[in-house]
Design a protein around this ligand. Sequence first.
Ligand code: EPZ
Length: 419
Amino acid sequence: MDKIIIKGGRPLKGTVNISGAKNAVLPIMAATLLASGKFTIKNVPDLLDVKTMSNLLRIIGAKVQYEDHTLTIDTSECNFFEAPYELVKTMRASIYVLGPLLARFSKAKVSLPGGCAIGPRPVDLHIKAFEQLGADIELNKGYIVASADKLKGTHVNFDISSVGATGNILMAAVLSDGRTVIENAAREPEISALANFLVKMGADISGIGTDRLLINGVKELHVVDFEILPDRIEAGTFLIAAAITGGEIELRSVDPSHVSSLTGKLRNSGICIEEGESSIYCKAPERVRAVNITTSSYPGFPTDLQAQWLALMCVANGSSVITENIFVDRFTHVAELRRLGAQIELKKNIVVIRGIDTLNGAPVMSTDLRASASLILAGLKAEGQTEVLRVYHIDRGYESIEKKLANLGATIRREEGGY
Ligand code: EPZ
């Protein structure tokens, strides 16, 4: 297993291009199952999770090719309606094939996602809403076995705003009989991108970007070409990388409006931020001020940037409080950051961080995608050498992060082998 080795202490300088969004391309790839034919999807990031979803679509019978950030997916010969445990255990987002398979083929067998490092992640909202659409759902030997002659429009009101459940039900509702209303729908830009992709395929959806989606089912959908929006979490990670190193960088191919909850906090912590149409310039002081955050669903502060913000607060001037409201156990990075000397108190879903001048390099262990990003950021600041182990986690969601950081002047490299 690879590891990433960092010598900290260099302010980042230069420009970086932001890749396409992982959490948009995964549901959009699944949505191609809703129509028969060849799709072309552009600005697709080169990630492990994209490879996993490609393999899942191949198992279902699709032909998938990836070249130069472009995917071509031909779904005309899909004939197998199962997402096996072997794949689902490596990527929970595999559950996104449940809606499209049920809608197009009236049956699906998808492994129930298991435990996750960031805390309990049930799929009860997905299952309850599919039953409301008229599907018969049975849990059998670790699989969700679903069938429905024809899904029927209904009124879904989610108890919790769920990205995954909104996306799955949206993909099922577009081919259902009649009208579906989704209340308390997720408003994340990745869900709006999925809805726009479906509309381009011929779906009838209104209220996109709001928490109330109206879908009038249509008889059939058609193939399209589409471009994936920029990854706001990758963008946020690079902005915090500039902040923690006292750097000056410019992000390109980014949508500033999608990271406004973060840029607001960065400004409060003393960072100069200038936004262009598809760029963000960021200049950081030597040391930022401590600023509290509370995670919430979009447009609030994203839970997927909580770990990175925590790393920054470890070296901020003053103490800060972080409250995690989406995944209450999402703090596996705390113990690793403490190994670098960070002063962090953890109580349930709240951490109190006492900022210190600097951190000291040491070997640390990645536990999940965003936790590993926070360890890389801490390593960019720490004195001496930091080794981040098990970086396969980071390859799931960041395209060549060490190369992009090295282009910004960081002393960072990947080394094969390690435990
Ligand atoms: C998506 O996960 C993202 N993953 C996550 O990003 C992100 O952290 C999360 O949304 C929140 O923004 C992808 O898009 C592939 P949810 P998802 O359903 O859909 C509870 C990353 O780092 N819930 O919005 O699984 C759930 O436990 C990943 O890129 C239920 O209780 O998240 C959580 O507390 C990590 N029952 C809350 O809702 C359900 O049936 C929000 O989860 C579904 C969810």
